[in-house]
Design a protein around this ligand. Structure first.
Ligand SMILES: [Zn+2]
Length: 345
């Protein structure tokens, strides 16, 4: 069992989690969804400040697909601007054929995802909680899906676990595992008088119209001194830095915000949190870069990087991936923060 947040490269894991056929089908459907569910509402797109530091003056970095990506000169966050409104995004997520396919794939792959993603994630969260001397309490996962992560926490700790997810089938799956899941969105969720000790969300804030509003709402759910933990792509990670705009993970309208491990603190401080720990436990960077080079969709990759990703042996690639994880240079970050004040305005 992996005890730390640092992983080794696992060639082939990516393929177990997401097949090439699935990805091709997903992007084809997504294009149709954008034409049907997003483009008719382009006139209502909203111009936003930097979602991390709230700076107003930002400039276009590039256009990809049908979306304009801006980069913040102050904190280097990359984000879609202007972006679809909350109403347009809600309608997109309810009616998107690509998202239906994605959810089906998640359910089909639950075993592989448990092994490679959720077990590690649960150990990382439990290790963090041990490090702050928290052995029990109320834990909530926002966007709990079918409860894979919560089930592991429930089995391996004394925390009482709950989830929040707007999807009915997901909540039913949680109930089948004996987990309370509230069928609602975070925005509409009423926590009652008892607040939570820890709130978690995984791969969520990159999708949210306003991460600031989202974190403020989480702040409301937490006791003072309680903890927030989340994962999100790290724009300063190896895969995104090497592949730049050609990185397949950069796509609208699903991913609106790409924060980075160096400046994400600014968003948290605005929302009443103090960052306690930042890790980059990603294990797929080298493999992701290799696959994009092999598929011919990684232009201008320097020879050494190409050698490293494609020609080096498994041990060298594995060591390099470990180096990325240990030095906060992997493409996925895990952040823990403590509630130290009330939500910002
Ligand atoms: Zn910024």
């Amino acid at each position: 069992m992996v005890k730390t947040g640092i992983g080794r490269a696992h060639p082939g894991i990516e393929a177990k989690l997401r097949t090439d056929k699935f990805k091709d089908d997903f992007f084809a459907l997504l294009e149709e969804d954008i034409n049907e569910l997003i483009n008719p509402y382009r006139a209502s797109f909203a111009t936003v400040n930097c979602p991390c530091c709230d700076r107003r003056e930002t400039s276009e970095a590039f256009v990809k697909g049908q979306f304009s990506f801006h980069a913040c000169p102050s904190c280097d966050t990359l984000f879609i601007n202007p972006r679809p409104t909350i109403e347009t995004l809600d309608n997109f997520y309810i009616n998107s054929k690509a998202i239906v396919l994605f959810t089906r794939e998640l359910m089909k792959n639950e075993k592989a995802r448990t092994k490679y993603i959720f077990d590690r994630r649960a150990q990382q969260v439990l290790e963090f909680l041990r490090s702050v001397d928290m052995a029990d309490g109320r834990l909530v996962e926002v966007g709990c899906s079918i409860g894979t992560f919560l089930e592991i926490i429930k089995e391996q700790s004394r925390f009482s676990v709950e989830g929040i997810d707007p999807d009915e089938a997901a909540c039913r799956a949680c109930a089948g595992k004996g987990i309370t899941a509230h069928k609602t969105t975070l925005e509409s969720f009423k926590a009652g008088s008892a607040r939570y000790d820890i709130a978690l969300n995984f791969e969520t804030i990159e999708h949210i119209f306003s991460p600031f509003t989202f974190l403020n709402k989480i702040n409301h759910l937490l006791k003072m001194g309680g903890y927030l933990g989340f994962t999100t792509p790290n724009r300063h990670g190896f895969d995104m830095m090497v592949l730049g705009r050609s990185f397949k993970n950069i796509h609208g309208p699903c991913h609106l915000n790409y924060f980075n491990v160096d400046t994400v603190d600014r968003l948290l401080e605005r929302s009443g949190f103090r960052v306690v720990q930042k890790l980059t436990p990603g294990i797929l960077d080298v493999e992701v870069v290799r696959k994009q080079i092999a598929a011919g969709v990684a232009p201008d990759v320097p020879p050494f990087i190409k050698y490293l990703a494609c020609d080096a042996d498994d041990r060298q690639r594995s060591n390099f991936q470990e180096f990325l994880g240990q030095n906060r240079m992997s493409g996925n970050m895990l952040v823990f923060a403590q509630k130290v004040g009330k939500a910002g305005e």
